[in-house]
Ligand binder design. Structure first.
Ligand SMILES: O=c1[nH]c(=O)c2nc[nH]c2[nH]1
Ligand SMILES: [Zn+2]
Length: 465
């Protein structure tokens, strides 16, 4: 369906599941969600016996389309608060490197090659399709330093209907090779400002795509570049994304590059880059004083557990960040992370929290419910969309996925074909148990349809209305 095709008012009927709070899911087995032609949720009914009763109550919806979910549930679309579309073709390639060697071995050469618009078109189109197929309805993307291929990424997101924050990467120091860096602070700012203008020109209201100012991380930006980006953020009111405190050698490098700063977080704060619109990826090794500073500035954190394990960066203390009142979401951080799936990231967040717990206390453990909250409402707060997406509340926009699970016939065979996916449901599970099974063993085969603002943006052969 093209972006401009009108959406018929639709009633989504059947089980829906979403977060009520950090620790609690609402599971409604007989629900009806009314979504108007602008993609806005107009009513949510619980205890629905027949669709006719819903239509009788909301008489102006008598001609609405009905989409029913069977063998599963509607769930809010996932929010990926940090990933690199430009590294997708490197997914799975990290060997035994750690952050700084990984950047020079794998990452800079791949990103540099995306100056080619033809290559960028292929990789970006593929990645946007891939993330949508995993139920990601909003994504905060790093592009590359190339303005035109970054703009192309924004075009693709808009065309495919995926909500996105799209950032042209800035880096002007000799940490990056000569063939892949900004040649001056002035050109970094000009190119970034031009990319912001372009993205705002294709979607003036920022309904689907918005720009995001993207200093790669402190070691690859000079103090004057960081300060100029802070000023640009203030001037344009754009979001900001960067990396912070991912691994220990990186932190030592920052201390040596910015001797006047009291901490890594202070480097960004001095440059005016710690704001309520800032997304900080990783935050694995923040000191208590830095946690307080990030919280005081209202900056947000993207937790990227798969990447932190792959690059042996460390285990982020998510419970401490949450207890400090910081908004936390999940990030796939491809290709430091090895998967484009936020469902995978939920599992990884849960596993990593177990490792933190083994070294501290049980309070560090994240529950399945908490991981799903970070994947949806938590992520929405990180990207500044908490009043619009992340749950099925009246007035929110309908960003959702239809999850269908496999069912097992008597005798043990899976009903239907292989596409039913890896989750075996025997028929005696509660909906809560089905959700847990999906989190631990589901994958993109279970996400059979995806909507953004009520528009169908992805479907598989198992999607039936
Ligand atoms: O996980 C990461 N991915 C990157 O591309 C990057 N650049 C700086 N720091 C980084 N961390
Ligand atoms: Zn990253």
């Amino acid at each position: 369906m093209a972006a401009s095709t009108p959406i018929p008012p639709t009633i989504y009927l059947g089980t829906f599941v979403h977060s009520k709070s950090l620790s609690e899911l609402e599971i409604c087995d007989q629900g009806a969600i009314g979504v108007d032609s602008a993609g806005v949720i107009k009513f949510v009914e619980r205890d629905v016996v027949r669709v006719e009763d819903v239509k009788a109550k909301h008489w102006e919806w008598k001609d609405a389309e009905v989409v029913r979910v069977e063998d599963g549930f509607f769930f809010p679309g996932f929010i990926d608060t940090h990933t690199h579309a430009s590294q997708h073709a490197n997914t799975g390639l990290f060997g035994k490197t750690t952050l700084l060697s990984w950047l020079s071995t794998y990452t800079f050469p791949m990103e540099a090659s995306l100056e080619s618009l033809t290559k960028a078109l292929t990789i970006y189109t593929n990645f946007v399709s891939r993330t949508l197929s995993h139920g990601t309805t909003t994504c905060a993307y790093y592009g590359t330093i190339h303005r035109f291929s970054t703009n192309l990424l924004a075009d693709i997101c808009l065309e495919r209907g995926q909500r996105a924050l799209v950032g042209r990467v800035c880096m002007d120091t000799d940490l990056s090779p000569e063939y892949y860096r900004d040649t001056s602070v002035e050109s970094a700012i000009e190119e970034s400002a031009a990319s912001i203008d372009y993205i705002r020109s294709i979607d003036p209201e920022g309904a689907i795509v918005r720009p995001i100012i993207t200093p790669r991380f402190a070691p690859s930006c000079s103090a004057s570049c960081l300060a100029a980006l802070g000023a640009l953020a203030q001037e344009t009111a754009a979001h900001i994304q960067t990396h912070i405190s991912e691994n220990k050698p990186e932190i030592e490098l920052v201390a040596s590059l910015f001797p006047a700063s009291t901490s890594y977080a202070d480097v960004y704060d001095t440059a005016g880059l710690l704001t309520p619109r800032t997304i900080l990826a990783h935050a694995v090794h923040l000191t208590p004083a830095e946690v307080q500073l990030v919280a005081a500035r209202g900056a947000k954190i993207s937790h990227c557990p798969a990447s932190n394990t792959a690059l042996t960066s460390g285990c982020a203390p998510v419970r401490d960040l949450l207890n400090a009142g910081i908004a936390v979401g999940l990030g796939t951080d491809v290709s430091g992370g090895f998967s484009p799936s936020i469902l995978e990231e939920c599992r990884q967040a849960i596993w990593v929290s177990r490792f933190v717990a083994m070294a501290s206390s049980d309070a560090a453990k994240l529950s399945t419910e908490e991981a799903l909250y970070l994947a949806t409402r938590g992520g929405a707060a990180v990207v500044g969309l908490e009043s619009k997406v992340g749950g099925f509340d009246v007035g929110m926009e309908f960003d959702a996925q239809m999850v269908r699970l496999g069912s097992v016939s008597e005798g043990g065979d899976q009903k239907g074909e292989f596409e039913a996916g890896p989750v075996d449901v025997f028929g005696f599970e509660t909906t809560d148990e089905k959700v847990q099974k999906w989190v631990y063993s589901g994958d993109d085969r279970n996400t059979v349809a995806v909507w953004v603002r009520g528009r169908l943006v992805h479907r598989t052969g198992r999607y039936v209305k």
